[in-house]
Design a protein around this ligand. Structure first.
Ligand SMILES: [Zn+2]
Length: 318
């Protein structure tokens, strides 16, 4: 599943590529993946066609002001281009969650000429190249200059939700997210007190809880804990202050490095031009079970925590 660095990569690239583009039309092939309004989604996914028609109608003619990220959510800020809509004074935001296998591919004439419209939709060299829109393309945005944005999702867990300005504070996901790890307001104190709210929790699970800190999942919690020398199954109450400070600074360090490398192409994550993120080769433990530790040569092992796998080096981490 894409985590903060992957979502940040997509949001930054979309911000650069989509800014000031005008939406000419939208095609929706999977009605359950789109919604209008702040209601939770899932589990109350609606397949009602009026929602889809409303979604398409509202997006048509909107200009993209910018794209940003909050936790693992991509937020596309829109501005109405027609005077009539502008008079209502309401602006819209398109919230997109990639979930497990969501992908955004932006294609203009230049990229189409370079790739002939063919993309590898899976993070494997052996995966066949697909001509977009493919069978996993569920939403297609066409812009006024004939460029396209494709939303692909093999597992269909992702969603696109259109909300008004005045509805943003009712969006459940946005309300529940904890602090942004790269924000200045996320201090050691903020982190420690959030983590210590669950003294009996395992540190890896606590790091992956979006209420403690937003955007960290399986990959980056493993990497952060390796660099901090702490095993994933350690209980919060038994972690020393010095270790907490190490974990805190490694949260920032690992996420910044991963953003710089454009994320990890684990699962089906690709960038907006279909290429892969480059952080995978820097992983110390994630996805390396059975291989030698890059620091000490000990074999990387793993532990099951609430259905998730935490990989660690038994010598470097205690
Ligand atoms: Zn080691």
């Amino acid at each position: 599943m894409p985590e903060l660095p992957e979502v940040q990569t997509v949001a930054s690239e979309l911000n650069r590529k989509l800014k000031n583009r005008k939406i000419k039309s939208v095609a929706v092939n999977a009605p359950k993946m789109v919604a209008v309004g702040p209601a939770a989604l899932p589990p109350k996914r609606q397949a009602k066609s009026y929602q889809v028609l409303k979604f398409i109608k509202l997006l048509k003619g909107q200009k993209i002001l910018g794209v940003k990220r909050r936790a693992k959510l991509i937020i596309i800020n829109l501005s109405p281009t027609s005077l009539k809509l502008r008079r209502t004074g309401r602006s819209l935001h398109l919230l997109v969650h990639l979930k497990m296998t969501g992908q955004f591919i932006f294609e203009d004439k230049k990229l189409r000429a370079k790739t002939h419209g063919l993309y590898r939709m899976f993070n494997k060299l052996s995966a066949p190249k697909v001509l977009l829109p493919g069978k996993h393309t569920h939403v297609i945005f066409t812009f006024s200059d004939a460029s396209h944005l494709y939303f692909n999702d093999i597992r269909k867990f992702g969603y696109l939700k259109l909300v008004r300005d005045d509805e943003l504070d009712q969006v459940k996901e946005l309300k529940e997210y904890g602090p942004e790890p790269l924000d200045k307001k996320f201090t050691t104190g903020v982190f420690c007190s959030a983590a210590q709210k669950t003294p009996h929790g395992k540190i890896k699970e606590v790091l992956m809880d979006p209420k403690t800190v937003a955007g960290i999942g399986n990959i980056y919690s493993d990497e952060i804990l390796f660099l901090s020398g702490v095993r994933p199954e350690r209980t919060v109450s038994r972690i020393q202050n010095l270790e907490f400070r190490k974990i805190y600074s490694n949260i920032k360090l690992v996420l910044k490095k991963a953003i710089k490398a454009k994320g990890s192409s684990v699962g089906d994550f690709v960038r907006t031009d279909g290429s892969w993120g480059g952080f995978g080769k820097f992983h110390f433990v994630y996805g390396r079970k059975g291989q030698k530790c890059k620091k000490c040569g000990t074999i990387i092992t793993s532990v099951k925590l609430n259905g998730r796998t935490g990989s660690f080096c038994p010598k470097c981490q205690r």
